[in-house]
Structures are given as C-alpha cells and as structure tokens.
Design a protein around this ligand. Structure first.
Ligand code: HEM
Length: 530
C-alpha cells in the first residue's frame, strides 16, 4: 500500500523531511514576490521573528534609523514588509484614495466583546467602514470645536497646578513628572469626553489600575503585532473567545467600564427628551462634551452609529489620546531641561508677554489657547520636540492594494506591507539640516521666503500625527493641551532635574515611547504677576 510506504519513509526520515520543509518555507519567504531585491538584515528576509525580537528588545526606532543609514531608502524588515525613508513615499502610502489598508498589526489592538473583535476608528482595517465612522464623528474634532473644549482643559489644568503646588513644591520628594503628566492627560480626556474626570490628579494614584493595564497591553501588542497570528494563540484564542461569547469572561478594560457608566447616566436623560447637545444657552449652561457629540451622531445616523460604536469611540479617546499626549508633553520638558539656552529663550518670551499684559489670567498663570498662539518660540520648541521624539515608534503599516503600485519610484507588488517611521523621516538631513540629532527650535524660524519654503517642506514631512485619511483625529485636542500647559507651568514654576545627573530614560512600548525615570523638582516662581 502506498500510504504504508509514505508513513514508513516519513517515520524513518522525519528529521530530514522536517528540515526540507523548513528550508523550503525559508526560501519561499526570502524570494517572496521578488522582494529579495530590497536590502535589509538577512534574517529579516527569512522570517518575521526578526522584527518580533527587534520590537521585543524595546528600541526598534534605533534599528530602523541605523538600517536606513546602512541600506538606503527602502529596507526589508520582514519577508513581506518594507520600510521607506524617502518622503516621496508618504504621498503614495498615506495619500487619499490610494486604496492602501491598515495591516493586521492594528487588528491585534482590537478589543474582544462577546467573543468578537471590536474594530475602533483607529484599529479598523475596513476603509469603507472607516470612512462612514469618521464622517459621523469628524465635526466633534474640528478646530472650530476647540473653543468648546477649552473650559474642560482649564478645569483640569487648575486642579493640576493646585496639586503640583501641594504635592511637589518645596518637597523633599521628587516628582515623577511623566507619570504626573499621564494622570493629567487621562483626566483632561475624561473631562472633555464625559465632563467628568477619572480622578487621577485628585487621588494622585493610578485609578482602577488604568495606567498599569495600558502599559501591559501596549507591551503585548507591539511585538505580537509583528506576527499578528500569534494573537490567535494568546488574547484572541478560540477558548477565550468562546468564554467571552458565553459571558463567562469579562475582560472589559477599566476605561470601558467608566465609559459604560457615563453612557448609562446619559441615555435616560436622552430618553426624557433632554437635548443631546447642551449649549451655553441650555439650562445646564455646560459646553457640549465629546460624548454628547457622539450621541448626536447616533441620533443623526442611527442605521450606522450604534450604541456600541458610541462607546467604542468614547473608549478610544482614552486609549489614543492620553499616553500620546503625556509622552509628547514629557518630551517638550525633557528637551527644554536638556537645552538651557532654549529654556531661557522661551521663558524670556513668556515673561515679556506677561509684562506687556498679553495674558488674561495673572492669578493662576493659566494661558489661553489664543494667547499661546502669540508665542512663536513656544511653537518652535513644541515642533522640535515632536520632531525629535514622535510618539509613534514603529512604521505606520499599510498593505499595498491588489495589482501593486509604484512607491517612491519602486514598483511594489500588491499585498506587501509597507510603512514609514516618523523616527526615520524626522531625521532626514536633506529636509531638516545636518544637525538632525540636535534640539534646535530655531530651525523652525521663518525670517525669509527661503525659510518659508524650507519650513513648509519640514512640516510636510512630519509624521507624528500620521497622515492622510487615517491621520490623528484628536490632533487639535492634544495641541490645545500642550500649547496651554507648557507656558502655564513655566509661568508658575521653576523646574529642574531632581538629580544633577538625572535623565529621562526612554522606554519603548507599543508604538509609543515613554520615560521611566523623569524625576524633577518644582519650585514656585518668585512671582507670576508682572
Ligand atoms: C500628541 C498626541 C497624539 C499623537 C502623537 C497621536 C498620534 C496619532 C497617530 C500617529 C495616529 C495615526 C496612526 C496610524 O496611521 O496608524 C493617530 C490616530 C488617531 N488618534 Fe491620535 N495622537 C495624539 C492624540 C490624540 C488624542 C488627544 C485623541 C483623542 C482625543 C486621539 C485619537 C486618535 C484616533 C481616534 C485615531 C484614529 C484616527 C483614524 O484612523 O481615523 N489622538 N494618532
């Protein structure tokens, strides 16, 4: 019998057969779709485990920068993955209507509800679903909506100033400033979304372990996202999904519980006929928060915007909007402290504005959004911090549409995963100048027409908020927080590193970076009223 003969051969030569199968798989990977013509680490051309371990090692941005320096504008990071460093590639990969979709890296970030993955605006890989979803909520994030959110930011900022004063001013203990900023960013986003803070700043603690939970989650999704099928063995394994479907397992993220509770409070009000969007003319006198805007979208598009999508959107705010903002704020302070000349120039700009009576609040030191927009050096410092320390630490992956496309002069086959890393692009010497590794806010200064053209190109190459149809929807909200908090803190306090040798230790998790050790001392300024 032929089957007996096959079984006999396999049992006698299983080792050789196994080795041959593995070899064939590695060769197939190496020559997959003709991508072998692109340079990169040899192991990366054979298996995605190379990039898994690169990300697991927590400093992938360093290897991406080094690889592009060594191999040029296209680097093969995996059997089916290419990284581009040519700014030309941005227009194609992230350009509108080019047909690229997000890779399965993003599917790993979807939460599981009742046994099914739940795509959010951020993590969906379906472009049509995304387009409809984004249209429903877009207006809530427009620049014009910003004024409505400023009072929410002010509320939390006043509390933050008060607590900073109480807990850290002239105290022997240092302030772990990145953690303190995480608390700030979570509370601001809670207030803007639900008109209610989570309570991080009041309690000065990680409420419901939200920060710890997110850290663990991000540490998981970054490496697992390099080989997304692994997710099916761990967080999305069939047993877990079944238990979740039968309601035997509730792994609801604490922020989702908070969102659910706020929705439960809001829905009966709606049923009683209260307006969805409170206005300043409404009896409550409250500005509309994001939840009320998402609920208004549900009223306008009930066929699409379900309660689940409203809740998903509310939860995404905390997910996408807190760590990113805290990290960016941290990096602004870090670079200012490391560059005393820049800090001195910024302080002088703020103090001059105060002396000229250009600020409205001389009591708490709070700077308004409009006032912050009259401080050009502040703008340069923030842009330079975004350039040197963009929050996304990995290439923003997309899949090339069927049929393939030309990217930066190279014909790339359909189905290939491609992406650009903000860390690599922001250090392009042709765009940003030879001293790309230096914190030099002056590179953003516009004094001539030539400068104007150069700065325009620099702006067009910045990828910290993403690009195209999937660009960050919360960008304006985060800018509102950052442009207000930095000058406010500098008006009110003196800041220095706690130890003379102190440093911020950047630590990678998920696609963000984070500082583990950011101990600062805060002292009250002699006066904030000039
Ligand atoms: C400095 C702060 C922030 C940074 C650096 C940042 C960065 C990003 C980046 C890079 C993307 C695109 C990811 C990709 O293309 O793969 C993104 C998308 C997104 N961000 Fe932000 N973000 C910030 C703040 C916020 C805030 C405050 C919110 C919410 C209030 C927010 C909500 C979102 C959402 C919902 C998406 C998905 C948009 C879509 O696909 O249509 N982000 N963000």
């Amino acid at each position: 019998m032929i089957t007996d003969q096959i079984v006999q051969v396999v049992s006698q030569h299983w080792l050789a057969i196994g080795a041959a199968v593995v070899l064939a798989w590695l060769l197939r990977n190496r020559y997959h779709n003709g991508l072998n013509k692109y340079p990169g680490p040899f192991l990366a051309s054979l298996t995605d485990w190379w990039r898994f371990f690169d990300v697991y090692g927590r400093r992938p941005e360093r290897s991406h920068i080094a690889l592009h320096k060594k191999y040029g504008p296209v680097v093969r990071l995996g059997p089916n993955t290419l990284s581009f460093s040519d700014p030309e590639a941005l227009k194609t990969i992230y350009g509108l209507n080019k047909g690229f979709i997000k890779s399965d890296f993003y599917v790993v970030q979807q939460s599981v509800v009742k046994g099914r993955s739940l795509p959010s605006l951020f993590s969906t890989t379906d472009n049509d679903f995304h387009m409809q979803f984004r249209r429903c909520v877009n207006s809530a994030f427009a620049m014009s909506a910003l004024v409505q959110y400023e009072p929410f930011v002010d509320n939390t900022t006043k509390l933050f100033l008060k607590q900073t004063e109480r807990l850290y001013i002239d105290q022997p203990n240092p302030c772990d400033f990145t953690r303190w900023l995480q608390f700030y960013a979570f509370d601001v986003i809670g207030e803007i979304t639900y008109s209610k803070r989570h309570g991080f700043i009041e309690k000065n603690e990680d409420v419901d372990g939200i920060v710890a939970y997110l850290t663990k989650l991000f540490l998981y999704v970054a490496p697992i996202g390099q080989i997304p099928i692994l997710d099916r063995l761990f967080l999305k394994n069939p047993i877990y999904l079944k238990l979740s479907e039968w309601g035997l397992l509730d792994a609801t993220f604490p922020v989702a519980k908070f969102a659910r509770a706020r929705m439960a409070e809001r829905l009966p009000e709606l049923e009683k006929g209260s307006p969805v969007l409170p206005t300043s003319a409404s009896p409550t006198g409250k500005s509309p928060d994001l939840l009320s805007k998402f609920l208004a979208a549900r009223e306008a598009r009930p066929d699409f915007m379900t309660d689940t999508l409203v809740q998903t959107m509310a939860v995404s705010m905390a997910f996408a909007g807190s760590e990113t903002t805290a990290i960016s704020l941290s990096s602004v302070f870090y670079f200012l402290l490391r560059n005393p000349a820049a800090l001195a120039r910024l302080r002088a700009e703020i103090d001059d504005a105060a002396r000229q009576g250009r600020f409205s609040d001389y009591e708490t030191g709070l700077v308004t959004w409009h006032e912050s927009q009259t401080l050009p050096y502040l703008d340069m410092c923030i842009k330079e911090a975004f350039r040197l320390h963009p929050a996304p630490g990995l290439p923003l992956e997309r899949i090339v549409p069927k049929g393939g496309l030309e990217i930066a002069g190279k014909r790339i086959p359909g189905g290939t995963i491609v992406g650009c890393s903000a860390w690599v692009l922001h250090r392009d010497e042709k765009i940003f100048g030879e001293d790309v590794d230096a914190f030099r806010p002056e590179r953003w200064e516009v004094r001539s027409e030539e400068d104007e053209a150069r700065v325009k190109t620099m702006n067009g190459t910045m990828l910290h908020f993403g690009m195209g149809s999937r660009t960050c929807i919360g960008k304006n909200i985060s800018l509102l927080e950052i442009y207000k908090l930095v000058p406010t803190m500098l008006r009110r306090f003196e800041v220095s590193f706690f130890f003379s040798f102190s440093f911020f230790f950047f630590f990678f998790f998920f696609f963000f970076f984070f500082s583990l050790l950011s101990l600062l001392s805060w002292r009250r300024r002699r006066r904030i009223i000039y």
